[in-house]
Design a protein around this ligand. Structure first.
Ligand code: ATP
Ligand code: MG
Length: 561
């Protein structure tokens, strides 16, 4: 049955589906990804997308994209568009299987009438507070609504008038007549419809009542012929209610619900509600802020869809709570970019180096391959070399500790793919800051021309000063300073924001070849990490986001926080 070339990883959901196919219970697999368009998708959703689409794919089935758009007050077309963009970016295609719960509004209503006629639903006049009070608690049963005994005729009449908009918002609900004493609170006569005289982004002004999520969700699955309705664990105790609705309505298709645990990432808050609040209150600079765990943020940060899918696969599918470390995500990103990103040189915090014995005005060109041998991809560029260069400030120390093998007074380093230089003199400003290092170069040590025979301990990257491009570089770190920000109860999350989550370096210097880089191109700046050219770039001045450092800075930086 499987159509993927590589055997996908085994997980308990895949096993269930495989058994259902083998036993003949299902001939095909139909799954769905059912977001509510009330915000942008985040990396947790990516897991659900990956799971539903890859499952369907590997059994030759289909995966629907369904907007669970039953709450007009919170939803918006902007979010619908963003969701579609993000699912596509992750590499999935729903073909013509685009659905909207709002397109089922008439069917939902007809089914509600059917429940009323069967004595299985009633119009309740209790206010929201009263409903809560009547509901009981985990240890105490609820009490029946005084309207529970209403006749079918009266219920039909009231429901019709609710629909017509005769009653005020929240003044009445339609409720399922199940069991106010059920140990499962979801079965204590849950609401099916509420009155909301609100405009719906898709259905317009046709409705004054809107169905509740639990009612609409399971019916939508059934109407679409979903075979396996995969969701996260918090819906486990909603399953008996879904079963009740589908049985009460006698619907022919009864999807099997299977729950798995949510993806959780250290130092990250997920949950659209909170993410939206961060956007609206400018805690971050928008849904696509590269520090955000949204797909839009991840994309702008420079992570690849391949890396995200790889992460989902590696984390696996279970029913137990698993926290994923950020290093794990970073490793997936590095593994993917290692084989894709060209190596170039960029100096993030420049220090001027003047080669006193190199002819003034002379520029030579050194050939440098874009990829290391072990990656094995072709391509190279010419890198200009001259009398004035920049190196990283941290690659020079006037008074270094032992075992510092980079540049120091009287010491030598090799300039990557170029010559060995020796520090002869240090130039300082009035405050005593080193502003320039004057060096000699050894013309006998040219790399690639036999000059690599002479060895020194340190090699540093550099750019030629007069041809280099000035750029802004943005370094990112975790947005929060605690591992599980969602679980901090006694502090406002704004106090947990990492003040070093964004560090801007406005005067970085990049090698000339980057003049041809396009927005969205990814590179490895040697020794500094992987970077992507950001949309904030202008023709005069590029902006680069660091996607990930080459080694794990996370652990070190986060301990400080
Ligand atoms: P949020 O609380 O972030 O808004 P949600 O579950 O309310 O999440 P929906 O739009 O209803 O958001 O979710 C669409 C699908 O994504 C659901 O099937 C949901 O179970 C799944 N999902 C949401 N968060 C995660 C997560 N962290 N890991 C895996 N799946 C998730
Ligand atoms: Mg939700």
């Amino acid at each position: 049955m499987q159509t993927e070339e590589l055997a996908p990883p085994v997980n308990f959901i895949r096993q269930i589906v495989e058994e259902d196919i083998q036993s003949g219970k299902h001939k095909t697999v139909v799954t769905r990804f059912p977001p509510e368009p009330n915000g942008y998708l985040h990396i947790g959703h990516a897991k659900s997308i990956w799971l539903n689409f890859s499952l369907a794919q590997s059994f030759g089935g289909v995966c629907h994209l369904r907007m669970d758009d039953t709450n007009p007050l919170k939803e918006d077309k902007e979010y619908v568009d963003a969701i579609m963009r993000d699912v596509r970016w992750l590499g999935y295609d729903w073909g013509n299987k685009e659905f909207h719960a709002a397109d089922y509004f008439q069917q939902f209503y007809d089914f509600a009438v059917q429940l009323v006629k069967g004595g299985l639903a009633y119009v309740c006049d209790l206010s929201a507070d009263e409903v809560r009070e009547y509901r009981g608690t985990l240890t105490e049963p609820g009490r029946n609504s005084p309207n529970r005994g209403r006749s079918v005729e009266e219920n039909l009449d009231l429901l019709e008038r609710m629909r017509k908009g005769e009653f005020g918002d929240g003044s009445r609900t339609l409720r399922a007549k199940i069991d106010m004493a059920s140990p499962n609170i979801n079965l204590r006569d849950p609401a099916i419809y509420r009155i909301r005289k609100a405009h719906h982004h898709r259905a317009g002004d046709a409705w004054s009542i809107y169905p509740m999520y639990d009612y609409a969700h399971c019916i939508s699955d059934s109407l679409e012929g979903i075979t396996h309705s995969i969701c996260t664990l918090e819906f486990e105790n909603h399953r008996p209610l879904y079963d009740w609705f589908l049985d009460a309505l006698g619907l022919p298709c009864h999807p099997q619900q299977i729950e798995f645990s949510k993806l959780k990432l250290h130092y990250t808050m997920l949950g659209k509600r909170k993410l939206r609040e961060m956007v609206m209150t400018n805690v971050v600079q928008g849904w696509d802020d590269p520090r955000m765990p949204t797909i839009a943020g991840i994309r702008r940060r420079g992570y690849t869809p391949e890396a995200i899918r790889d992460l989902c696969e590696k984390v696996g599918v279970t029913k137990s709570e698993v926290w994923t470390e950020l290093t794990y995500l970073a490793e997936c990103v590095r593994a993917d970019l290692n084989t894709k990103a060209k190596r170039v040189m960029g100096v993030l915090r420049p220090l001027k180096v003047v080669l006193t014995n190199y002819p003034e005005g002379k520029l030579e060109e050194l050939e440098a391959p874009y990829f290391p041998e072990d990656v094995g991809l072709p391509g190279s560029r010419m890198v200009p070399f001259g009398r004035e260069l920049y190196i990283e400030q941290e690659d020079f120390m006037e008074d270094p500790p032992k075992k510092y093998f980079r540049l120091q007074p009287g010491g030598e380093v090799r300039l990557r793919r170029a010559y060995i230089i020796k520090c002869e003199e240090v130039v300082k400003d009035d405050q005593g800051n080193v502003i320039e290092v004057r060096c000699s170069y050894d013309p006998e040590t040219k790399s690639g021309a036999g000059g690599e025979a002479r060895k020194v301990k340190g090699t540093v990257h550099w750019v030629e000063a007069t041809t280099s491009l000035e750029a802004e570089v943005r370094l990112y770190d975790a947005l929060f300073t605690v591992e599980q920000p969602d679980n901090v109860k006694d502090q406002d999350y704004r106090e947990l924001i990492n003040p070093e989550s964004l560090i801007t370096l406005p005067k970085a210097r990049l090698e000339l070849s980057l003049a041809e880089a396009q927005v969205g191109d990814r590179y490895q700046f040697e020794r500094q990490g992987f970077f992507i050219k950001d949309q904030d770039s202008t023709p005069e001045r590029a902006v680069y986001n660091r996607i990930v450092p080459l080694k794990d800075g996370w652990a070190k930086v986060l301990k400080k926080g």
